[in-house]
Design a binder for this molecule. Structure first.
Ligand code: PXL
Length: 298
């Protein structure tokens, strides 16, 4: 079979496993060729560290993409994550328009916040800009906070509701994927960090075309682990590019991510340092192949 190729567009945070230091190894371990378009180079991610360095690479984005276009390169998927500015969102939309074909799966992880808060450095109007990128995607992978921010940004003139992790009291969490798909016109939404039963933590998906909802969860591990969203999205993209249906890809990504969180939890690792996904890399290909054998593929 032809080897699949994915373009990952994220920052490089030198320390604190997330973004490209997660996407590249996860996609490679799944047997996928991973090209990278780095948006910035930081000493650490911005979640919980102070005094991090930040080298902006906005000016390099379009020249790199134009070079690839001149080489006639094609990508089975384009997968975007952390973007540091309005300008980068605009440019990444142009890069996607330049490089996508009818067969390219465009996955946008609208990295903006967690636990009810925007990440450091993002202004209140960033979510409105992120909506424009999400509307170009085939699939978006927000966590609950990001889903709320995207929906609120679309309700002009309305006072933003207070963002809370206790979402069942604000917006029933189960309605978020459908609401986002309808508002943004995006065909599929995977909402992460969802708990539909006590003690569970997993992901809930909605596919607008088939009107299909899927939920897959594992038992919850306490603590908020930085970078675990990137581990989840990277494994999800890998599974989808390898031909799995969304429901099967959810199972792979939940298993892979929860195992990584459990290892770091058991080791007592600082939650800012990211999760030990490395120990699971040799199993990822097997998880995907098992799902390929049991059906549920495209
Ligand atoms: O994991 C998401 C992420 C990626 N990149 C940077 C971040 C974060 C989350 O805080 O700060 C630079």
């Amino acid at each position: 079979m032809r080897q699949r190729r994915v373009l990952a567009i994220h920052d490089i945070s030198g320390f604190g496993r997330c973004s490209l230091t997660v996407a590249l190894p996860v996609l490679s371990a799944a047997g996928i060729e991973c090209s990278v378009l780095p948006t910035a180079v930081l000493s650490t991610h911005t979640g919980g560290f102070e005094h991090f360095t930040f080298r902006d690479l906005t000016e390099d984005l379009m020249p790199m993409a134009l070079h690839w276009a001149s080489l006639g390169l094609r990508f089975d998927a384009i997968y975007t994550g952390y973007l540091g500015s309005f300008e980068q969102i605009k440019l990444v939309r142009e890069v996607i328009a330049l490089l996508r074909t009818d067969d390219t799966l465009v996955v946008v992880d609208p990295v903006m916040g967690d636990a009810g808060q925007l990440y450091a450095g993002f202004s209140q109007d960033f979510p409105a800009q992120m909506r424009t990128l999400c509307a170009d995607a085939d699939l978006i992978v927000p966590n609950i906070t990001e889903a709320e921010l995207l929906l609120t940004a679309g309700s002009e003139g309305r006072t933003p509701p207070e963002i809370s992790t206790d979402f069942d009291t604000v917006v029933p969490c189960q309605s978020l994927p459908r609401a986002l798909a309808a508002q943004l016109g995006v065909p599929a939404v995977v909402l992460t960090g969802v708990s539909l039963a006590p003690g569970d933590l997993g992901a809930l998906s909605w596919e607008a075309g088939e009107q299909t909802e899927s939920y897959f969860a594992a038992s919850e591990v306490s603590g908020m682990y930085h970078g675990s969203g990137d581990v989840f999205s990277s494994a999800l993209v890998a599974a989808l590019v390898e031909g799995l249906a969304l429901v099967a890809a959810l199972r792979v990504a939940v298993h892979f991510t929860v195992a990584a969180i459990r290892r770091s939890h058991a080791a007592g690792t600082d939650t800012r340092y990211g999760v030990n996904f490395e120990a699971g890399l040799s199993d990822l290909r097997k998880l995907i192949e098992r799902e390929q054998k049991t059906g549920d593929s495209y």
